[in-house]
Design a protein. Structure first.
Length: 277
């Protein structure tokens, strides 16, 4: 009993002391403050709110502009390049967002201007025909019309088509940011251009160009009238020249005025419809 009791007494204090030591060697774990975490969440949430508010304040696409059908429209004029008295009058109805129109404007039209307009064989008139599936086309037409107000329609026309993939419907529903940069690149008075664009100052003129096309049977873009022929298709230069040559052959003798050209966007009326078809 004595030995047994002694062993137990010897072992018992050691076991108890060991447990006490282990317990005493661990510092109390203090709960971490969640203040910084919640502060970070607050910053992220605040930034998200600001981003949403900024996006909401940015102007969206005008889409298909609605105009009261009873509103009187001005005379369709389009934008004239070259001499209005040239022996062959060429009209193009185009949608700034139409890929085929973009192809013509960037690949064929430079040769048309240099070899046919500047030599006085033709005049070339652009008329807006925004298609309903191209929601940003009205914005582009307005951007160009407001550039025309400062005498730079064709410069803006070229930039809009060359950068079609930056502002088209499939890319953005807020095309103004890109169109603004294009307007700056051609050297416009931006305050004047911005006021014109935001007020949709020329929406009736754009609609008048479109209605003129509808009246003449335009249903797709690009559609050209070259002399008396209507061609509803994109044209390469050789095809275009073939139609011009045909029209020149039917033009009265002595009307050709080589060397007369120029880069204008005069607001003279579209030639009369007689003989266009």
């Amino acid at each position: 009993m004595s030995k047994s009791s002694g062993k137990q007494g010897k072992g018992s204090p050691g076991g108890s002391g060991s447990a006490s030591t282990r317990s005493g060697s661990r510092p109390a774990v203090q709960p971490r403050s969640k203040g910084p975490f919640y502060a970070l969440l607050g910053v992220i949430a605040g930034a998200a709110v600001l981003l949403i508010a900024w996006q909401a304040m940015r102007p969206t696409s005008s889409g298909v502009v609605m105009i009261d059908p009873n509103t009187p429209l001005p005379e369709a004029e389009g934008y004239l390049l070259g001499d209005s008295a040239a022996p062959v009058q060429v009209l193009e109805w185009a949608d700034f967002e139409c890929p085929a129109c973009g192809s013509f404007a960037t690949l064929t039209e430079p040769d048309v201007r240099r070899r046919l307009v500047q030599t006085g064989q033709i005049s070339f008139r652009f008329l807006d025909y925004p298609l309903p599936q191209h929601l940003n086309s009205w914005d582009a037409s307005m951007a160009a019309a407001c550039a025309n107000e400062q005498g730079k329609f064709w410069e803006m026309h070229d930039q809009i088509f060359a950068n079609q993939d930056r502002w088209a419907t499939q890319v953005t529903n807020r095309p103004k940011a890109v169109l603004t940069r294009l307007a700056q690149s051609v050297g416009l008075d931006m305050s004047q251009w911005d006021d014109c664009y935001d007020s949709q100052k020329y929406k009736l003129n754009i609609r008048a160009n479109q209605v003129e096309g509808e009246t003449r049977g335009v249903r797709s873009t690009p559609t050209f009238i070259i002399g008396s022929r209507m061609i509803a298709n994109v044209l390469g230069y050789d095809q275009f020249k073939m139609y011009v040559d045909s029209a020149l052959a039917m033009a009265p003798a002595g009307e050709a005025r080589p060397g007369v050209g120029g880069d204008t966007a005069a607001t003279r009326a579209v030639p009369p419809r007689s003989g266009d078809r």
